[in-house]
Design a binder for this molecule. Structure first.
Ligand SMILES: [Zn+2]
Length: 487
């Protein structure tokens, strides 16, 4: 029997955020150990489910699930929590004795209170515990900042191919399949990474400029001897030395081929750097468009206050503009503001309550509170299950929420943050998104997977926020130089 350790430990750390990510942050999203992980994750569209579905049916594998921890992007991960997770892994490894493989679902952009390289440190400790011969394969988010340490201590790193990340499940399967074939002696994965000095703002892989690289990677994966080709875009909201893009090529014992593919890709990305940019608009243009009626909802993406990138989700710039422009038949997902949820609950459904809505965490950047009289339409537990193409099956818990009407704008107010990329956030709050003229979403790209098919049009609205859209507007102090577009 092959003994294989399995764990998930993820965080996308926005170093410009001051909110520390600790055990309670993980408990608000996902924290499970041992066999409860299987119950929680199987049947979902996640990389962990891809690993579990593949590994649990193998007669020659003893899979040891250790821990699953995932928190919303925010500021640095507490050093104590990071060490706790590493400790759990090391303890499981020691307890098992001889380990053949370690499968990890990581993000790749974790910064802790004491280290810029959360994943590199974890991989190093795991490698030291399992020895040089065990296979270590990890999936990564597409927004990983891949570091020298991560490359050194893992045999293979497999980033998601798509943004929106609709292929998490498949990447989990891919990692598990690679592990199985390696354990059975059919292949020897050999990885070469090429770093690309680009700090890329969030760009969907559906944009033709980026899609061509995904297609090319898939084409290379059909070459004999090539096991996996992926591109980690990097995470621009992390001011760390090793910020940037990386191309990962994994071959079957052919370092020359892996080097050739990754170097070629890196050069092609560098050549295209000037076109790897999203088309964003300002507030005035967005309000003009939102005032024009049409068939189906116009989606305004609040790119800069995306809690999925570590912003606070209580920014008010666009909501204020919508109120001022008297936008009709609109809905907003969502404003994080537990105090306002409490005020609504105290007033009761059917009452009008004065609110100082949102704008509490970083008013200096994300806008001051909205002073308004709001009609309380609904109070609920804030729980729903995603059913769209991203993380389908995963339960979301907004820990009590309210729906208020400000004129003709329905605003979901929450006591916990999530990135609103699933239609269910509206349905769970009694709002039919299809019946609205305008939807404001605190999301940069992920919402496109579910909302793209129902949207009349999508507009990327760039206002000041913590999810950086233009690296030139930020002062980086740690990031390696030179890097495009900063230099
Ligand atoms: Zn991502």
């Amino acid at each position: 029997m092959f003994q294989v350790i399995f764990a998930e430990f993820k965080h996308e750390t926005n170093t410009f955020s001051t909110q520390i990510t600790d055990l309670s942050s993980y408990q608000r999203r996902r924290f499970a150990t041992g066999h409860e992980m299987i119950k929680l994750l199987r049947g979902t569209r996640t990389e962990s489910a891809g690993v579990l579905d593949t590994m649990l049916q193998q007669p020659d594998v003893d899979l040891i699930p250790v821990v699953s921890a995932d928190a919303m992007p925010a500021g640095r991960v507490s050093a104590a929590f990071h060490q706790d997770i590493c400790g759990r892994l090391i303890a499981a490894i020691r307890e098992t004795g001889s380990i053949d493989g370690v499968l990890l679902c990581l993000h790749g952009a974790m910064v802790t209170e004491t280290s810029e390289d959360g994943e590199g440190d974890l991989l190093m400790q795991v490698r030291q515990a399992v020895g040089p011969d065990a296979m270590i394969v990890a999936t990564l988010d597409l927004h990983a900042n891949i570091t020298e340490k991560m490359k050194r201590y893992a045999n293979a790193l497999i980033p998601f191919d798509y943004y929106p990340h609709t292929d998490m499940y498949e990447r989990g399967q891919e990692a598990a399949q690679m592990m199985l074939r390696a354990l059975r002696g059919e292949i020897k994965p050999t990885m070469v990474c090429a770093s690309v000095p680009i700090a890329l703002p969030p760009l969907s892989t559906e944009e033709p400029a980026m899609k061509k690289f995904v297609d090319l990677a898939h084409d290379r994966e059909t070459m004999p001897g090539v096991l996996s080709v992926g591109i980690a875009h990097g995470f621009v909201c992390a001011d760390i030395q090793e910020l940037g893009m990386t191309v990962v090529a994994v071959t079957d014992q052919n370092p020359e081929l892996a080097d050739k593919i990754s170097t070629e890709f890196a050069a092609a990305l560098w050549r295209d750097r000037h076109v790897l940019k999203p088309a964003n608009i300002g507030l005035d243009e967005a309000m003009e468009a939102a005032a024009v009626p049409g068939e189906g909802p116009l989606v305004l993406a609040d790119l800069s206050d995306n809690p999925g990138g570590g912003s606070t989700c209580d920014g008010t710039h666009i909501l204020k503009a919508m109120i001022a422009a008297q936008i009709k038949k609109a809905a907003v997902a969502h404003i994080f503001d537990p105090e306002s949820v409490q005020a609504c609950e105290k007033a009761g459904v059917g009452q009008t309550v004065p609110l100082r809505l949102g704008g509490k965490l970083r008013p200096d950047i994300l806008g001051t509170p909205v002073d308004c009289n709001a009609y309380v339409k609904m109070i609920c537990d804030g729980r729903y299950v995603n059913r769209g193409p991203m993380s389908g099956g995963i339960q979301v818990d907004l820990q009590k929420s309210a729906v208020v009407m400000i004129d003709d704008i329905a605003v979901i107010i929450s006591s916990n943050v999530t990135q609103p990329y699933d239609l269910e956030i509206f349905y769970a709050h009694g709002i039919d998104p299809l019946s609205k003229q305008v939807l404001l979403l605190k999301s940069t790209i992920h919402f496109r997977a579910a909302f793209g098919p129902i949207a009349r049009k999508i507009l990327n609205v760039s206002v000041p926020g913590l999810t950086i859209q233009d690296p030139l507007t930020v002062s980086y102090t740690r990031c390696r130089r030179p890097i495009y577009p900063l230099d």
